[in-house]
Design a protein around this ligand. Structure first.
Ligand code: ZN
Length: 388
């Protein structure tokens, strides 16, 4: 039976073509209309129409013309989009962080707020998001999407936190609560914090250009963002990367998940507090705490103990996944002088031998929220959402 696919088919084609043009601009920086037509395979007239419409909504702008030496000068087009932003939010045990990025994924703003004694509550998160969205909209900015990074098991398809033991969150419809708060105008997603951080590292951090690497979060919990062939490895249910709960720790140490012997309980922030005897100060984030520990007297043996346990677990990950790089994030970064050589030595002694670089994150506590904000742009670049 014939199907009248007229207008919807046209919309679909336009959305797809727009996404092709936008991806080319994102990945190449500045391109003339002719370059865009050549690289996309679209007709010049089609490219011209798309660019014109993107200009009208403030998504692209023209740079001063460059002479090509022959014929008419070409006018490069670049992504503009400082008025079109995405918001990334990281919820963690002792802090929440927000990052806004522009249409090209460049960081525009970052804010970190300490969280009080009982850890972050849903009401706090909703209030923070409401304030942030109001601030952006008051400045005339259009929010394209929001992704929240959470340390725990995430059902990304349904936007639910399955379990985040360190937050005390179980089976929470986080995307639903945020959508109820913001209405339909802002698409909302939820993802694991390590996956988001790995995404940021591969775009803006030490793992830029590295196709196979593992990012290890260094917060109260310990999670891995596993990147293989340039893609985040999510597993059959989206739960891959929960390395902190591998039983490679010490059976005497209880984990927040209710089990004993988890790696996280041996190398996470609580293990560092236990090993050094230096209490966390109210409102202190994991990086600031680790910086204080490094400067404190006689903490080297405690850090070395963490390093030995970290190295054992990383060697197992390397033997399983064969990454080109291990990126240590968060509180591991200030401890790097001790941790990196320990991990390097364990890798070199391992069955798969040396050849895997050990690097410290350069994004600090920004990593997860930056990655979350970039994630919130995906619908636009995949053509699932159009700006025109
Ligand atoms: Zn555990």
């Amino acid at each position: 039976m014939p199907v009248d696919a007229g207008p919807s088919a046209t919309d679909e084609v336009r959305r797809r073509n727009t996404a092709v043009v936008m991806r080319l601009l994102r990945d190449s920086g500045a391109l003339s209309r002719s370059d865009l037509a050549r690289r996309s395979g679209l007709a010049k007239a089609t490219v011209g129409t798309i660019i014109g419409q993107l200009q009208q909504v403030g998504a692209v702008s023209e740079r001063a013309s460059e002479s090509t030496g022959r014929g008419r000068p070409s006018t490069p087009v670049v992504l503009a989009g400082e008025s079109l932003v995405a918001l990334g939010l990281e919820v963690n045990v002792d802090y929440v962080a927000t990052t806004t990025v522009d249409l090209a994924g460049r960081e525009l703003s970052f804010e970190e707020r300490p969280v009080g004694g009982d850890g972050p509550q849903l009401a706090d998160v909703l209030r923070l998001v409401r304030d942030e969205v109001a601030r952006l909209e008051a400045g005339g900015t259009t929010l394209l999407g929001l992704t929240v990074a959470v340390p725990g098991l995430i059902d990304r398809t349904r936007g639910r936190v399955v379990e985040a033991p360190n937050l005390g969150w179980v089976d929470l419809d986080l995307a639903g609560a945020l959508s109820a708060e913001l209405g339909d105008r802002v698409p909302v997603a939820v993802d694991n914090d390590a996956n988001c951080a790995a995404r940021a590292e591969s775009l803006h951090g030490v793992a830029a250009g590295v196709n196979d690497f593992v990012y290890l979060t260094g917060t109260v919990g310990l999670g891995a963002g596993i990147v293989s062939g340039g893609q985040i490895v999510r597993g059959s249910r989206g739960l891959a990367g929960e390395v902190g709960h591998q039983r490679v720790g010490d059976e005497r140490h209880a984990c927040a998940c209710g089990r004993t012997g988890c790696w996280e309980a041996k190398v996470g922030l609580r293990a560092l507090v236990r090993a050094t005897g230096i209490p966390l100060e109210p409102g202190e984030d994991p990086v600031s705490y680790a910086e204080r520990v490094v400067k404190a007297p006689d903490t080297l043996p405690a850090i070395a103990e963490i390093g030995a346990s970290l190295a054992r677990g990383v060697a197992q990950l390397a033997a399983t996944l064969d990454p080109a790089m291990i990126v240590l994030g968060g509180s591991f970064v200030p401890l790097g002088e001790v941790l990196v050589p320990a991990v390097e030595e364990a890798l070199a002694r391992g069955f798969t031998g040396p050849g895997c670089t050990v690097a410290l994150s350069t994004l600090g506590l920004h990593a997860a929220s930056v990655g979350a904000a970039v994630d919130a742009l995906d619908d636009v670049y995949a053509g699932r959402r159009t700006l025109i």
